[in-house]
Design a protein around this ligand. Structure first.
Ligand code: FAD
Ligand code: UDP
Length: 406
């Protein structure tokens, strides 16, 4: 297995055009998890000639990692921790990487007190006097059972006055300010599924995720992608925007793309930009990352500290906790959320889930579904909030469907 991410790929739009003209069966736009998994599957299982075109200068999508000048392995687009309950996704990726066993822990900095998140019994005992903490724990167990996940919105509905006080505390100290920073919205204004990702936990497990399989690719994500894309039937071209090949046109409300008749297209970028935002841009949230290298072994006690009541950034991640690198220096990263305004270099990281935006997205999707052999796949192309493992599963399922129709 490749361990260092040193694959040499072709680059530039003219290389992409040449590869397309040479004859391919499938064009994949984007070399993140969605594009790379489906490319590998179709190349391997269906013996398809696949061209993967990626606009960035590297593979891996938002999971891309690289060594900084201090020799610290950093994540270029936000901290990525693999966790899944999907045996299929885990076993699939295990073909391309070994794993470092890692259980992610997050602490919320609440007025200087570092508190486990998801907020759990240990967190309660930090913030309430012992008699109140004991009553809260008993009430939580009676109302919701042991070791269960209770979304903050559910806890707020509790008719029990003590649990109501707890809900107010957690809402104010964990969710309100963080969510305002992350989304520019109050917790009750974002889709319920978003805050439910970080529930109140009726137990003492301090881990951020409780999935069966958790860990980090032993040598990083980029070598995982290099291994996945290393197949005789796959050509990868970096630094090439698929839209330049596809030449979108809209005539009488009918979309068309320039593509050889026998070629399928799997598109993993945002559909509104593929359609030249003809119906307006879908709303996205973006992030700015600020990296700092410090001449010390560690900066904080765990991988991520969330700043839930103070600071302009939402969280600080210290990568060496995630990767297990043992160094005398460390690199940390602050995350500053912002609106996506198409500024140079800005990335549309998050779809903003609400019924109006979903409807606007579906208008774009129906435009492209008129095109034969067009498939939208991935977090951007599907305008959803998917974790990596969900994308891997969806890519495998799409490959199943395409292979079944051959
Ligand atoms: P992407 O990774 O975005 O890949 C799409 C690729 O397509 C990009 O490289 C893009 O450049 C390329 N592209 C787009 N348009 C074009 C075009 N026209 N031509 C050529 N190329 C194009 N998930 C987890 O499971 N665990 C985590 O800890 C985690 N942390 C996250 C932290 C942050 C800050 C963010 C934003 C996401 C996180 N995720 C996490 C989610 C994870 O990033 C996604 O599930 C995953 O990256 C989705 O893969 P994808 O291929 O759909 O999209
Ligand atoms: N959240 C919060 N406080 C926290 C952690 C999360 O308010 O300390 C909310 C916030 O709205 C966030 C959502 O829960 O967007 C989901 O958090 P998660 O960590 O899953 O987001 P990710 O960084 O994985 O996108």
């Amino acid at each position: 297995m490749n361990k260092c991410g040193t694959q040499n790929y072709a680059s530039g739009i003219s290389s992409a055009k040449k590869a397309l003209e040479a004859g391919i069966d499938v064009l994949v736009a984007g070399a993140g998890f969605a594009g790379s998994v489906v490319a590998r599957e179709l190349a391997e299982r269906a013996n398809k000639k696949v061209l993967v075109v990626e606009q960035r200068s590297h593979v891996g999508g938002n999971a891309f990692d690289t060594y900084d000048e201090a020799g610290v392995l950093i994540h270029a687009y936000g901290p990525h921790i693999f966790h899944t309950n999907s045996k299929r996704a885990y076993e699939y990726l295990s073909r391309f990487t070994e794993w470092r066993s890692y259980q992610h822990e997050v602490l919320a900095n609440i007025h200087g007190k570092l508190t486990p998140v998801p907020f759990n019994f240990n967190s309660i005992e930090q913030h309430f006097v012992p008699t109140t903490a004991a009553m809260l724990i008993r009430q939580l167990e009676e109302s919701f059972g042991k070791n269960t996940k209770v979304p903050i919105i559910e806890l707020q509905k509790s008719s029990n006055s003590l649990l109501g006080e707890l809900a107010d505390f957690v809402y104010e100290n964990v969710f309100l300010h963080y969510t305002l920073k992350q989304w520019g919205l109050r917790p009750e204004e974002v889709d319920e599924s978003v805050t439910a990702r970080v529930p109140v936990y009726t137990g003492r497990d301090n881990r951020y995720f409780t999935d069966t399989w958790q860990g980090m690719p032993l040598h990083g994500y980029t070598p995982l992608f290099d291994n996945m894309l290393n197949h005789d039937n796959i050509t990868v071209v970096l630094g090439a925007d698929a839209r330049e090949l596809l030449e979108f046109a809209l005539i009488d409300s009918k979309a068309s793309l320039k593509l050889p008749a026998t070629c399928s297209l799997i598109y993993t970028g945002p559909l509104d930009f593929l359609a030249e935002t003809c119906y307006g841009m879908l709303p996205y949230r973006s992030l700015d990352f600020v990296y700092l290298t410090l001449q010390q072994k560690h900066f904080q006690p765990v991988g991520t500290v969330n700043y839930t009541v103070s600071e302009d950034y939402t969280r600080i991640t210290e990568f060496t906790w995630l990767t297990g690198q043992e160094l005398d220096v460390t690199t940390i990263m602050e995350e500053y959320p912002c609106a996506f305004e198409q500024k140079p270099g800005q990335v549309p990281y998050y779809a903003i889930l609400d019924p109006v935006n979903t409807k606007a997205y579906e208008r774009y999707l129906s435009l492209f579904l008129q095109i034969p052999n067009f498939y939208a796949l991935g977090r951007l192309a599907e305008y959803r909030y998917f974790n990596m493992d969900q994308i891997v599963e969806r890519a495998l399922e799409l490959a199943d469907r395409i292979c079944a129709h051959d």
